[in-house]
Design a protein around this ligand. Structure first.
Ligand code: ADP
Length: 626
């Protein structure tokens, strides 16, 4: 290929403009990004080399070398990884592929200062080089290609780049940064070393730099430091998770998390263990501080990377965790899986099943630990991930009890989402034999719902369930620690021992006394309600709607319909408060039918629903107001 000049993809040009023209809050990150690319290139060689040893070309020891030339004002980062073919160079160094970079681009605000800060947190891969360089040259040869098929790529980071063929003896890539005038501080061993140890210590490959030594001074003058030709390893060069916990600082864990997750914040919690026994593996797992935007997409990529005996196998190894723990990030390194394991094989592997169970248990213990010892962190975890955790009730039967213990709700007596079933049980009234809850669209709607009136009157706490998944999830949890869960909007109200004899008697009497009226209501509302009955559940309201025990609540049916999903037609039961003046007024009223419809529609409104025919409702009310 003779020399060609090509244009960057529009997004790259935009990104480069930002990288080169902004103030950089943290220019050091260029090295982190380039070393990380070099390390990825070595991982790729290792992986392809499993099936094709010839790719190693007699140079089996993989490493990354960082050097600089003070006179030429260049820094060079060289790896002997997979390398780039000519086509790779055009495609990969001219477009944006990386999800992290795309993520970054989507967060740009247009405000230079903000955006520049974002670069520091995210890093934008290869293009970070232009933070410190006004020209970058890449020389590379893909492993296995003839020496004559190397490639030289270069660009000043403006609109275009050049590529040409070159001869290159060594496999792999050299990235040569021609430093800007104001970046000469990086032409310094100590400076580069300190950046490497800050950001790239955990990289599993050795990162080498030329050793410096004191040169003897002349004429009794003190000597100075000078570079020798000897390379030395300047990082720990052991994958972070293979090191002993005690040798890893919290900062190193955080930095590792940020690199694998593209998150700019430190994680909320982490766990690092070596599991021994019939299946052996190391797990290093993190709970992020904030939920990603696509948390509720159940098909979203999982966050755990799989390694087998330190060899990187795949990102997003979905089989390693249940779907409801899709927010967890980290690494699992197994010594029991074959190196050529495929996604399909993973699904069936017994070792994977054991790893999955082990990781799930670990994460649940981590969350339990937060709940027990770090209430603030737990509250923040729950606000971010509580709703997905609930999916586990339907997905992970083996851990249902443990998950149940972790759930928190607001209640009729507590505003914050902090009441667990165990707290609730401890506060139950003498004689109370169920955990009562109500599902509602919002906390306020739940709290003010007519169905709660009798519970309020009797001082019985009711849990408010306002997450979309609550009702679905509770289908899988019928009881907690031997106490049944009972929706206050389903079935007949049965307060058991909490109801006194007089109340029971009054209710029965009402049922017979008002039978003619109830029958008439039933007839008028036959298209809307399956039944009409008198209730003791209401205190101040004239009426409310309930459904039969096994039925879907009216809220859930409404929510599903709004979301465009199919939902069974739920025809509720209208319960009326026979003591209420409005109900009394019904008897003998000339507007019986209209009042009956208004009673029903208002009960629907009270729980956040809408009458089937709002205009008819308005007409009826207006007719009465006149
Ligand atoms: P990312 O590495 O996250 O995909 P970059 O913008 O940093 O994004 O790099 C783009 C692509 O260029 C990489 O995906 C990789 O294919 C290629 N690349 C970058 N550096 C190297 C390298 N040192 N060796 C081989 N390929 C590289």
């Amino acid at each position: 290929m003779s020399k060609q000049t090509l244009s960057f993809q529009a997004e790259v040009a935009q990104l480069l403009k930002l990288v080169t023209h902004s103030l950089y809050s943290n220019p050091d990150i260029f090295l982190r990004e380039l070393v990380s690319n070099a390390s990825d290139a070595c991982d790729k060689l290792r992986f392809e080399g499993l099936n094709n040893a010839a790719l190693y070309e007699e140079a089996p020891n993989l490493d990354v070398r960082v050097s600089f030339d003070k006179a030429a004002k260049t820094i060079t980062i060289t790896d002997n990884g997979i390398g780039l073919s000519q086509q790779d160079a055009v495609e990969h160094l001219g477009t944006i592929a990386k999800s992290g970079t795309r993520d970054f681009m989507s967060k740009l605000s247009g405000d230079q200062k903000n955006d520049a800060q974002l670069i520091g947190q995210f890093g934008v891969g290869f293009y970070s080089g232009f933070i410190v360089a006004d020209k970058i040259t890449v020389e590379s040869r893909r492993a296995g290609l003839p020496l004559a098929e190397g490639v030289r790529w270069s660009s000043a980071g403006t609109g275009d780049f050049e590529v040409e063929t070159m001869e290159r003896a060594e496999r792999g890539t050299s990235v040569i940064l021609h430093l800007k005038d104001d970046a000469s501080e990086y032409l310094n061993t100590w400076k580069l070393k300190s950046i490497i140890s800050k950001y790239s210590d955990h990289i599993s490959l050795p990162i080498l730099m030329k050793k410096e030594a004191w040169k003897e001074g002349e004429n009794d003058q003190p000597g100075e430091m000078a570079m020798t030709d000897e390379w030395e390893t300047v990082n720990q060069a052991a994958a972070l998770w293979t090191r002993a916990k005690k040798d890893i600082t919290p900062e190193q864990y955080d930095e590792f998390y940020k690199q694998i997750s593209y998150d700019s914040q430190a994680p909320l919690a982490s766990t690092h263990n070596r599991v021994e026994g019939s299946t052996e593996y190391t797990q290093l797992l993190f709970i992020p501080a904030k939920a990603p935007m696509d948390l509720f997409n159940r098909d979203k990529a999982a966050g755990v990377k799989l390694y087998v005996k330190r060899v990187f196998i795949m990102d997003d190894a979905q089989a390693l965790l249940p779907t409801y723990l899709r927010f967890v990030k980290g690494v699992v390194d197994s010594s029991d899986l074959p190196l050529n394991v495929s996604r399909e094989l993973l699904q069936e592997s017994r070792a994977v099943k054991a790893i999955r169970e082990g990781c799930t248990k670990r994460i649940l213990s981590m969350i339990e630990d937060l709940a027990a010892n770090e209430p603030e962190k737990f509250a923040s975890f729950y606000a971010e991930f509580g709703a997905v955790l609930k999916e586990g009730l339907g997905e992970d039967f083996a851990n249902r009890e443990r998950l149940g213990m972790l759930l928190r709700f607001a209640s009729s007596t507590t505003d914050s989402t902090s009441v667990g079933f165990a707290d609730y049980k401890a506060r139950m009234k003498e004689g109370q034999d169920a955990i009562y809850y109500i599902t509602a669209d919002t906390q306020a709607a739940g709290k003010n719902s007519p169905q709660l009136e009798i519970f309020r009157k009797k001082g019985i706490e009711v849990l408010l369930m306002t997450d979309r998944v609550d009702e679905w999830a509770l289908n899988y949890l019928h009881e907690f620690d031997g106490t049944p869960l009972q929706s206050v909007a389903k079935g007949a109200v049965d307060l058991g021992k909490l109801q006194d004899e007089d109340e029971k008697k009054a209710a029965e009497e009402a049922q017979t006394q008002f039978k003619p009226m109830l029958d008439r209501l039933k007839d008028v509302l036959k298209d809307k309600a399956t039944d009409v009955r008198a209730t003791t559940r209401l205190v101040d309201s004239p009426a409310c709607l309930v459904v039969q025990d096994g039925d879907m609540s009216t809220q859930l049916a409404r929510m599903l319909k709004q979301a465009g999903q199919s939902a069974p037609e739920v025809k509720p039961i209208l319960e009326i408060n026979a003591q209420h003046p409005l109900v009394r007024k019904l008897e003998g009223s000339a507007h019986f039918d209209d009042l009956a419809h208004i009673l029903f529609d208002q009960a629907l409104l009270a729980e956040g629903g809408l009458p089937d025919d709002p205009a008819a409702y308005v007409k009826r009310v207006n007719a009465l107001l006149l």
